[in-house]
Design a protein around this ligand. Structure first.
Ligand code: QL4
Length: 366
């Protein structure tokens, strides 16, 4: 029998519009020869016309307010963070959500930065604990908290912005990952768009909405940090592939990107609905789901005597790709009362859901 994937780390290649991507690449090669063979040292922040397209798209899609000059393109969110950390004061204290994005946690540790992790409540990062820990820089994923799935409501966003505005050396890194897919309510405006004190650095990526292999991510710097970036980092050449950038620009400007997101949303809403119905029918009160009103995954706790490791082993034996939440519970605080797993549906076609849930039930209860 074939593998069935609940992975949150892959998108379904079958719905990516390769043909229109190729024609955009062809057009980019035809129209933008100049930028391609020009030395990219002129574009440490990425090609200007591409940044213009991204700034325009973000203002419509996420209420982000920025000039193309504030955008820095890079080959991955982590690389952009390695640049960003040099713009803050040397001995800054960093804070991030727990459970949280382990790769960012490891990046912070690798740079041996002072770091505290802050538990979530039902609105996202705990503002009371944030005030107690009093960091200079806080990293948050408000659109669909990674990995818990909590969507930070406007009220908590305002609290966070007010906290940052209280002192000069306070910043919020808003990683707007997974912001393309919002289901129940309308999209909530980004922190960056609500920020009137220039405290928010906005991180974005095309890994989820397009392809992770594209490696086109971006950060938007408030003016003061942009000035520091230009003083300290402008010798660093762009790490974002020029042809990928120019193809992306064609893909967005031609309306293909908006069309693709709309199509992905329809596909994913159908899958998510069917998956949740099937899980409820099969597991009844033994399952508790969280964070399902956005993104391409949600989390589920199972009321079972079995341990996470036993379930992981049985899932592998039953050929289901399943990730648990332990790696994202930082500093060894397991923050769930029962075995908890990430249920992704980006790579789970509707016709595999029944079988996938059946195998999951077998791995957990039989
Ligand atoms: C919170 C957060 N912020 C940014 C990124 C993206 O980083 P970038 O690609 O460098 O721009 C990820 C990637 N998260 C990774 C999964 C989480 C993990 O590592 O376990 C990759 O996620 C996906 C990639 C493609 C399709 C679906 C998911 C992030 O989880």
């Amino acid at each position: 029998k074939d593998w069935i994937s609940f992975s949150h780390m892959s998108v379904d290649r079958s719905i990516f519009p390769f043909d229109s991507w190729f024609s955009c690449e062809h057009r980019a090669l035809r129209l933008s020869r100049l930028e391609l063979n020009d030395d990219s040292s002129r574009f440490p922040q990425g090609i200007y016309s591409v940044r213009k397209t991204i700034a325009r798209f973000l203002s419509v899609a996420r209420g982000v307010k920025c000039f193309p000059e504030q955008i820095v393109l890079g080959g991955g969110t982590q690389f952009l963070f390695y640049l960003l950390r040099h713009l803050f004061q040397e001995n800054s204290l960093y804070a991030m959500e727990n459970p949280g994005y382990r790769r960012m946690y490891e990046s912070l540790k690798m740079e041996s930065l002072r770091l505290k992790t802050i538990p979530l409540d039902n609105k996202g990062i705990s503002i009371d604990l944030l005030k107690q820990m009093n960091p200079n820089v806080v990293y948050v994923t408000p659109s669909h908290q990674f990995p818990s799935g909590v969507v930070m409501p406007i009220s908590r966003r305002i609290q966070l912005l007010n906290w940052a505005a209280e002192k000069d050396d306070r910043y919020i890194i808003e990683d707007d990952y997974d912001s393309e897919f919002k289901y129940e309510s309308d999209t909530i405006p980004s922190l960056q768009g609500l920020d009137s004190y220039e405290r928010v650095i906005y991180l974005g990526t095309f890994s989820k909405s397009l392809l992770p292999g594209l490696r086109i991510s971006y950060m938007i710097l408030p003016q003061q940090l942009l000035k520091r970036y230009r003083e300290k980092c402008s010798f660093i050449m762009s790490t974002s592939n020029a042809l990928g950038q120019l193809t992306l620009q064609q893909f967005i400007d031609s309306g293909e990107y908006r069309k693709h997101i709309k199509h992905m949303k329809q596909v994913y809403i159908e899958r998510q609905k069917k998956l949740i119905e099937t899980l409820k029918k099969r597991f009844d009160s033994a399952i508790t789901m969280h964070g399902a009103n956005a993104g391409l995954h949600f989390t589920a706790e199972f009321d079972t005597p079995r341990t996470i490791d036993e379930i992981a082993e049985r899932a592998h034996a039953a050929k289901i790709e399943l990730y648990n939440l332990k790696p994202y519970c930082l500093e060894d605080h397991y923050l769930y009362s029962k075995p908890a797993f990430i249920l992704g549906f980006a790579n789970l076609s509707v016709d595999k859901i029944e079988e996938g849930v059946e195998r999951l039930y077998h791995a957990i209860f039989e």
